[in-house]
Design a protein around this ligand. Structure first.
Ligand code: ADP
Ligand code: MG
Length: 377
């Protein structure tokens, strides 16, 4: 990837720039917890966006995307927004830096990546944080702190790409550290690193490649249920509720609201259990909680789908240590913690059985927890 970028850069712009990279992310556990003030547990992965960048002494940005094979050129004022979607991520980052009082000047860039697009690994956050990191390094003497870099990415999604996302993806992409996952408290934004070295295990994503059309906003309904139960309990979010509180008001809420809240309260505890287990190197407990999360998402929160339940069943049958839906649900990937010696059989079985039932093979991505946004030597 680096050689291709370098070649393209010198051909198109002449000379050499500085190399930057940032990463996609996984979330080991902690799903639908962010808007309930709970915990998420992401990490950056070894799938990256890489860019070579050099200031060009003008007030224009000139950038070439190797993967899409398109070139874009734009100014840095609000009215200069490019039309290509991929370029809007970069324009958005520049604008958000400027809006925060930072400096951005014209530059030339070539970039490429291997984070699969739209597979739930957040290629967009990788792209944003790569350029946010670079703008900070090239034009702001590194003065913008990491939290602000993550927020620049998040605001780019909100204001220039029409995606109303939380902070997790950009946070993981900026703060990611090799062999560590990060427990992020979505209420206080406090975070803590936990060691995650997979001796004897692999972390593998199985992408069902299905996305179910969402009718009557199931997300909004889930959120409304959570808010309703929190209100009944007199707390800000379900983060402040325990199971005995929920049992106390059981008669006053619907079965559906009870189930939604039960999932969220249990999921909070599962993240904490996984953190504790990781500190002891107890991967069986980690895996057990992953399966329980899947079950909760499927039966209580009802955001799974037949294809993902099927992948989860196959994982169980193959003796996989842990498996669950990753992401909001209704399609996408499962994340699987697999012992090395079971890996080949699991992948072959999942491909064969899934194809026999649903007519296409799932796509498989091995991931290693790695560094996030950085400058390359
Ligand atoms: P994801 O879940 O992977 O973040 P998104 O739809 O949010 O999916 O973001 C994908 C978009 O990000 C692409 O449509 C493209 O505009 C941009 N993007 C991501 N990776 C690349 C890349 N390697 N080259 C060019 N654009 C990219
Ligand atoms: Mg995205």
């Amino acid at each position: 990837m680096r050689e291709t970028i370098r070649e393209q850069f010198s051909q198109r712009f002449g000379g050499n720039g500085v190399f930057y990279a940032s990463a996609g992310r996984i979330n080991l556990i902690g799903e639908h917890t962010d808007y309930n003030g709970g915990f998420v547990f992401p990490g950056a992965i070894d799938k990256v966006i890489m860019a070579e960048i050099k200031p060009n002494g003008t007030d224009k940005v000139r950038v070439y995307s190797v993967d899409i094979d398109e070139y874009a050129e734009f100014g840095l004022n609000e009215e200069d927004a490019p039309t290509q979607q991929w370029a809007r991520y970069i324009f958005g980052v520049c604008r958000e830096v400027i809006k925060r009082g930072g400096s951005v000047k014209g530059f030339d860039a070539v970039f490429a990546g291997n984070v699969p697009l739209g597979a739930g690994l957040s290629s967009s956050a990788a792209l944003e944080s790569c350029f946010a990191y670079a703008m900070n390094d090239l034009f702001n003497d590194g003065k913008i702190d990491k939290f602000e870099l993550a927020k620049i990415g998040q605001s780019t999604e909100h204001n220039y790409c029409g995606v109303n996302c939380g902070i997790m993806d950009q946070f993981a992409s900026v703060f990611g550290k090799k062999d560590h996952l990060i427990r992020l408290d979505c209420r206080s934004l406090e975070y803590e690193y936990f060691p995650f070295r997979l001796d004897g295990y692999k972390l593998v994503l199985v992408d069902s490649k299905v996305k179910h059309e969402l009718v009557d906003s199931p997300y909004n309904k889930r959120r409304a249920s959570c808010e309703h139960v929190a209100k009944e309990l007199g707390v800000d979010t379900l983060r402040d509720a325990e199971m005995e509180d929920l049992e106390r008001i059981k008669d006053r809420i619907s079965q559906e609201d009870y189930n939604r809240a039960k999932y969220v309260i249990e999921e909070k505890q599962r993240v904490l259990d996984v953190c504790e287990a990781l500190q002891k190197g107890d991967y069986d407990t980690v895996g057990d909680r992953m399966y329980k999360t899947h079950e909760g998402m499927s039966k209580l929160y009802e955001v799974s789908c037949v294809e993902l339940d099927y992948l989860n069943d196959i994982a169980k049958e193959c003796g996989v240590t842990g498996s669950r839906i990753m992401g909001g649900g209704f399609g996408g990937c499962t994340i699987n913690l697999v012992k090395d010696d079971l890996y080949d059989n699991f992948i072959a079985t999942a491909k064969k059985k899934f194809e026999a039932k649903y007519g296409h093979e799932p796509r498989v991505y091995d991931v290693i927890v790695s560094d996030g946004a950085r400058k390359l030597d």
